[in-house]
Design a protein around this ligand. Structure first.
Ligand SMILES: Cc1cc2nc3c(=O)[nH]c(=O)nc-3n(C[C@H](O)[C@H](O)[C@H](O)COP(=O)(O)OP(=O)(O)OC[C@H]3O[C@@H](n4cnc5c(N)ncnc54)[C@H](O)[C@@H]3O)c2cc1C
Length: 370
């Protein structure tokens, strides 16, 4: 604890003991459970946010402005937050990357959510989000960030809903008066699918050192590039890309293509990536054993897929958030058996261990407490 923190605390000792007293009286429920009955935005501990504005710029996206409660510590362009909404009485949490500049002065954050076909949370937000909706929020997380000091040349590449973290970088850099070469390439099916198109056009118009490049995969005319990513797109959009730091976020095909080209050119070190979806797990040929979901009294033959997928395949609905080992929403207790974490490659045979279902595969017989 710093001296400053210590003196601040001792100036107001009553406040903390009074809060502890109220919290003790509220036990077994947290004080915030009572306060939310009066006003869900008045919280002692919980971080939440109220939707203050809703905008739909393309058919399948919704842009939300959120005003967080006082616990919010801010974010850096490229990071993500976890947003929780209650749907049919159950809270579901998903990750979303703010699209606004991290220098935004009103303290609000902006999220753009693409409605996935069959998607639970994205579909709910797309259909039902309106001003006044209160959601739960996490502090910002993630290492996908701009370096300090800023690089002299920056290439931003996004595709589909992956526009959000790189647009945040673009907006933040412009707010800082960044004067290096800056190119933003966005991949979309057609021009109708580009959120923020008017703003991007205005940026291109206003700043000589900024180039906005639209790449359309399903539209032959208009835009700047056509078809899927290839080295020729890099040469056309940012011929100096080898001397730049590149930031990439998009669908798995785009991620694979760009990371492959950079790896072939020996440029992996200057490529920074954010993934919204986990790569598909390749199932080994020699899987064996059974997975017992003990709380549900369900036993299924081990298919070699992740425990989250195997539980879903068996008709169960465990809670999950990111499906890629980031958010820990799906953490459950493995009571017995050997498992492998597909992110780290580590195996684990200890009983009664907490594991993340979304990034863990069973090796032989495994029992899980769900
Ligand atoms: C770091 C991070 C940042 C993100 N930022 C954004 C953002 O700014 N904007 C945005 O629109 N989205 C973003 N996402 C994606 C978002 O978190 C949700 O995955 C997305 O909104 C779909 O959620 P859903 O509840 O609608 O779909 P679900 O109901 O969860 O899923 C629908 C179907 O897809 C499958 N599925 C769900 N998620 C995945 C997955 N990741 N991989 C493979 N299959 C899956 C499910 O099994 C199900 O069959 C981000 C994800 C991450 C990890």
């Amino acid at each position: 604890m710093t001296l400053q923190q210590g003196s601040r605390k001792s100036r107001n000792p009553g406040k903390f003991s009074l809060l502890s007293l109220f919290e003790a009286m509220a036990t077994p429920h947290a004080l915030d459970r009572y306060l939310e009955l009066v006003d869900p935005m008045t919280t002692v501990r919980d971080l939440r946010a109220e939707v203050t504005h809703v905008h739909r710029s393309t058919e399948d996206t919704v842009t939300l402005t959120l005003r967080p409660t006082r616990q919010w510590l801010g974010f850096e362009a490229g990071q993500f937050v976890q947003v929780g909404v209650v749907i049919d009485g159950v809270r579901h949490t998903r990750c979303y990357s703010p699209a606004c500049s991290h220098h935004r002065s009103d303290g609000s954050i902006e999220l753009t959510v693409k409605a996935h076909p069959e998607g639970l949370v994205s579909g709910y937000l797309h259909r039902h989000a309106r001003p006044g909706l209160v959601v739960s929020l996490s502090q910002a997380e993630g290492t996908f960030r701009l370096p300090t000091p800023r690089p002299p040349r920056t290439l931003l590449i996004s595709g589909g809903s992956g526009i959000t973290p790189v647009l945040s970088m673009l907006r933040s850099l412009l707010d800082e008066g960044y004067s290096g070469d800056l190119t933003f390439v966005h991949y979309a099916y057609t021009e109708q699918d580009v959120p923020y198109r008017r703003e991007l056009d205005e940026i291109a118009e206003a700043f000589d050192h900024v180039r906005i490049v639209y790449a359309y995969t399903d539209q032959d005319e208009g835009g700047d590039l056509h078809g899927y990513f290839g080295t020729e797109h890099l040469d056309a959009a940012a011929p100096w890309f080898a001397d730049a730091e590149t930031f990439l976020c998009g669908p798995p095909g785009l991620m694979r293509a760009v990371t492959g080209v950079y790896a072939d050119l020996g440029l992996s070190e200057v490529l920074h990536v954010e993934e919204f979806a986990a790569p598909t797990v390749v199932v080994a040929d020699d899987v064996d054993g059974d997975v017992s979901f003990t709380d549900s009294a369900v036993v299924a033959e081990n298919s070699g897929r992740t425990l989250l997928e195997q539980a879903e395949d068996a008709g169960l609905s465990p809670k999950y958030g990111c499906r890629m080992g980031i958010c820990f929403t799906c953490t459950s207790v493995k009571t017995s058996g050997c498992t492998k974490n597909i992110k780290t490659g580590e195996t684990d045979s200890e009983p009664d261990k907490k594991i993340q279902l979304c990034v863990t595969v069973p090796l032989g017989d495994v029992a899980i407490d769900i």
